[in-house]
Design a protein around this ligand. Structure first.
Ligand code: TPP
Length: 307
């Protein structure tokens, strides 16, 4: 979680330099969801993500240097510099990719799960998506097929209460997404998305169930994005949400929550935390330096893989 937070804070610091030219959607405040879910997965399990994919990519084991190089549009990026922030991919560790189409991750994960059952593998697939994706027709088609075929897939909804600037209460009659799972006779679980341990426990149970043929689970993590929908800034001045609401969620910082528990339980000492912070700081700085020193793709590289 520290790597995810610091990497995104670094994007905040560097974005105004205008060397990162792709749109970037930060998940500061939402880190516990990616971390908790991906900890319950094996490298061979597949994750499919959204426009807000940095956290999922890093939690699944994606290379930090290749991520920054991608953001900087360099040939050493995980998509050769052609994808940008919304299209991070690391198939070698099961990060299949990220779709900027709202709900795009959901049928892709179902397809991965279907492929796993057809090939006799015990791999599990995860679709990460936001609350707005729950409003798309393809979500219901996908949940229906996954339930019918008892596919090994986790539907992980990061309910951060907003779709761009539209609040959930203006878009849906219920503030909860998880109860919809009942219509497909699959478990629907609500977890505190600021609590990495709670998320991990829910994901671990769903993965175990899926791996032994029990079928899909819908996990709804209640969470909150601290920054604007797209870009590095705070956006309270826009007026669609209040400073008081943001402050309440910031008090529930997922990183501080885990650190407090580990310190109180005597599992981690303050000095250990400082060592983690220092190591992450160096790693992120090196990733930025690597990206900046990398070449841009050549004209041939830019045209490769483009049909
Ligand atoms: C099919 C489709 N419709 C509209 C958009 C424009 N759009 C981009 S992000 C977004 C809101 C997404 O909200 P949510 O799924 O809750 O994810 P969050 O941004 O909150 O993480 C919209 C409407 C899109 N990318 N794809």
């Amino acid at each position: 979680m520290r790597r995810i937070r610091r990497a995104e804070e670094m994007i905040v610091e560097r974005y105004p330099e205008e060397e990162i030219r792709c749109p970037t959607h930060l998940s500061i405040g939402q880190e516990a969801v990616a971390a908790g879910v991906c900890l319950a997965l094996r490298p061979g399990d597949t994750a499919v993500s959204t426009h807000r994919c940095h956290a999922h990519y890093l939690a699944k084991g994606g290379d930090l240097r290749a991520m920054f190089a991608e953001l900087y549009g360099r040939a050493t990026g995980c998509c050769g510099g052609k994808g940008g922030s919304m299209h991070l991919t690391a198939p070698e560790v099961g990060m299949l990719g990220a779709s900027a189409i709202v709900a795009g991750s959901i049928p892709l994960a179902v397809g991965c799960a279907l492929a796993a059952t057809l090939t006799g593998s015990d791999e599990v697939a995860v679709a990460f998506f936001g609350d707005a994706a729950a409003e798309q027709g393809v979500t219901h088609e996908s949940l229906g097929l996954a339930a019918l075929r008892r596919l090994p897939v986790l539907f992980v909804c990061e309910n951060n209460l907003y779709a761009t600037h539209s609040p959930l209460r203006a878009r849906q009659v219920s503030e909860d997404i998880a109860p919809r799972a009942a219509a497909y006779r699959m478990p629907g679980v609500i977890v505190d998305g600021t609590d990495a341990v709670a998320v991990y426990r829910a994901a671990r149970a769903a993965v175990a169930r899926a791996r032994k043929g029990g079928g899909p689970t819908l996990i709804e993590a209640k969470t909150y994005r601290w920054r604007e929908h797209v870009g590095p800034n705070f956006d309270i001045a826009l007026g669609y949400r209040s400073q008081a609401e943001l402050s309440r969620w910031m008090e529930r910082d997922p990183l501080e929550g885990v650190a407090r528990r580990l310190l109180q339980a005597g599992v981690m000492e303050a000095a250990h935390r400082e060592r983690i912070d220092a190591a992450v700081e160096a790693e992120v700085a090196q990733a930025v330096a690597f990206a900046k020193a990398s070449p841009f793709p050549s004209a041939e590289q830019l045209c490769a893989d483009v049909e």
